[in-house]
Design a protein around this ligand. Sequence first.
Ligand SMILES: Nc1ncnc2c1ncn2[C@@H]1O[C@H](COP(=O)(O)OP(=O)(O)OP(=O)(O)O)[C@@H](O)[C@H]1O
Length: 339
Amino acid sequence: MALVELRDVHKTYAPTKKGAEPVAAVRGVDLSVEAGEIHAIVGYSGAGKSTLVRLVNGLEQVTSGSVVVDGTEVVGLGETELRRVQRGIGMVFQQFNLFSSRTVWGNLEFPLKLAGMPAEERRVRISELLHFVGLADKAHAHPDQLSGGQKQRVGIARALATNPAILLADECTSALDPDTTREVLALLRRVNEEFGVTIIVITHEMDVVRSLAHRISVMSAGQVVEQGDVRDVLAHPQADVTRRFVRTLVDEVPSGEALSALRERVPGRLLSVDVDREGTQERVFATLAGHDVALRIVHGGVNQVRGSSFGHVTLALEGDGADAAVGAVTGLPGVEVLA
Ligand SMILES: Nc1ncnc2c1ncn2[C@@H]1O[C@H](COP(=O)(O)OP(=O)(O)OP(=O)(O)O)[C@@H](O)[C@H]1O
């Protein structure tokens, strides 16, 4: 069941200055986020990602289209009803957005007080949340006494305080170092697995997508240009912008200048092998082993996504049997003859 469903959503901002043009930030987006999934929204700066999530939680109004959250059409909703929908959505931000004058406890208590929870229940809930995020010993610290990773764990605990079904995380690891990023991602994974919270992550970091998300939507100039299972999209990106993002994780099959440079530098024949395809590597290597060739890996990269590998490696084949070996693997699925 789709928990969040956008249909032909447009958002145009009115000009901010006199004489300026309106900004079409979101242009005809269809998006379904299933209950229980972690859905990454990826794109370069200005692609419209933040606008899209602000339309989901009702912080911005669509220009046209439909936004359904947990069965409720958000477009045109009155304030009271909108607040009810918003209570089911937690937000985690890049800059944490904690109250600096309140302790960790006070930061977590705030949304619970707003929700009208009695004092004793609040105490139990805050204690649960602090244990869940591993900060039970920091209850009385102020945010400026915490590391970035600890601040973000408080941010996540606060977002979860009122048991939302959906968590929106906007660049929530972009201000953190790689080790701290991994910790925060592990925590988000537990939020998803243990509480079944549906998570929408906005990011431009493909490592976040690779290690966290189940599905991905890639945005460019206000539109979703590619959408699918993370494994499929990373292994076989279709849109140019997606390929540029995937290239930050693994090298693609060399083409253009990269291929010319390789041809100049490397003698012999060149073959690219897709490591994602079932059985391809085994067949290629078994076939090549029967020929009089010396093999070298000269380009490429392999990465992991949820327990399986993706990427391409380019092999150079030298020796008397090189042409026959290339002939023997030509046409195998996942094999491309480059030279
Ligand atoms: N409140 C606003 N008023 C006018 N224009 C806006 C407003 N918010 C965003 N925009 C414009 O809408 C477009 C999309 O911005 P948005 O912040 O949604 O993109 P983004 O993909 O999240 O980028 P970033 O990662 O830089 O935040 C940009 O051209 C931006 O300048």
